[in-house]
Design a protein around this ligand. Sequence first.
Ligand code: NDP
Length: 335
Amino acid sequence: MNEQFVLRQRPVGLPSRDHLELVRSARPELTVQDELLLRTRYLSLDPYMYGRMAATQAYAAPVELGEVIVGEAVSEVLESSSGLYSPGDLVTSRAGWQRYSVAPANTVNRVPDNGLSPTTALGVLGMPGFTAYAAMTAFGRPTAGETVAVAAATGPVGSMAGQLARLAGARVIGVAGGEQKRNLLLEWGFDVALDHRSPYFSARLQAAAPEGIDVYLESVGGAVWQAVLPLLNAHARVPVIGLVSNYNGTSEPAPAGLGERIMRTVLQKRLSLQGFVVGEFPPELWQRFHAELTGWVKDGSIRYQEHLLDDFTRAPEIFVDMLRGNNLGKTIVRV
Ligand code: NDP
């Protein structure tokens, strides 16, 4: 039998079982040439899925009611009607939140045989790692001596962005929730690690950036962004990739006049803000990312953490925990 999570209602605020329902159905079968029957081995849970459930992303089609929740997975080929793959091969696919799926062979990618865990294809060497690489190399472009701040810094995007900035010679401030995450950042070589839940966060950020901030990778919005804004230097770059605090209801209502304050700062400091959607980058950049980063991940120059959990039937709760910050590293469900 197949088990799938389908969307029953669009969430407003965090999703629950009222919105995501586990349904059972017959295992799918191959019907045409060049298809693969896949068994999901590892399912990636990512913040963007919230936008697909709530239909709040202008740049991507929402999941429709009754449809399986979208998501990347490492899957094992069970049956193949394609010459490209054989049973037993491991591939990354857009399988979604389900145990079995059928995919055209030309829509999957072989998991690289690089000596690393296949789960790295969903995190440090997958879509999240690539997002950080693309945003930092194409736009953030930190240089030696600059100060870089990164939010959600122990997650797969933030950790890659911060470490790339360190390797470029920048001084890096990592922002994360709680002592355990702060310690991990220091172990990974971040120059400063700050807990955004501390009542002293804003003052500590100011003290940690005496020469201001040149690059801020914006992934959370809310209070962290408001603390960073006055510290941005002239000509600072702000790649905007996500706003997690808006997805999980943890951001306070924005103070009156915030919009004007942001626009005034953009003008006075000649800031550059640019939104990024990972799917818009050319495949050549993806190939360059793998060519440059695989060695660094293997030799430990880039460190990473995976939050690997076992129970697929608890995927909605694991997803909500990730949005709330109760994860340490890339959230993956072993199916
Ligand atoms: P993470 O695994 O880092 O999980 C999200 C983290 O957000 C939580 O662990 C939590 O970490 C942090 N967080 C939650 N609420 C708040 C808050 N109010 N203030 C500060 N931090 C908060 O996620 P990813 O690394 O997978 O993704 C990071 C960001 O990158 C997301 O915004 C995501 O949407 C975006 N992204 C964008 C892409 C694009 O194409 N534009 C592609 C991929 C990702 P903590 O405990 O440290 O607070």
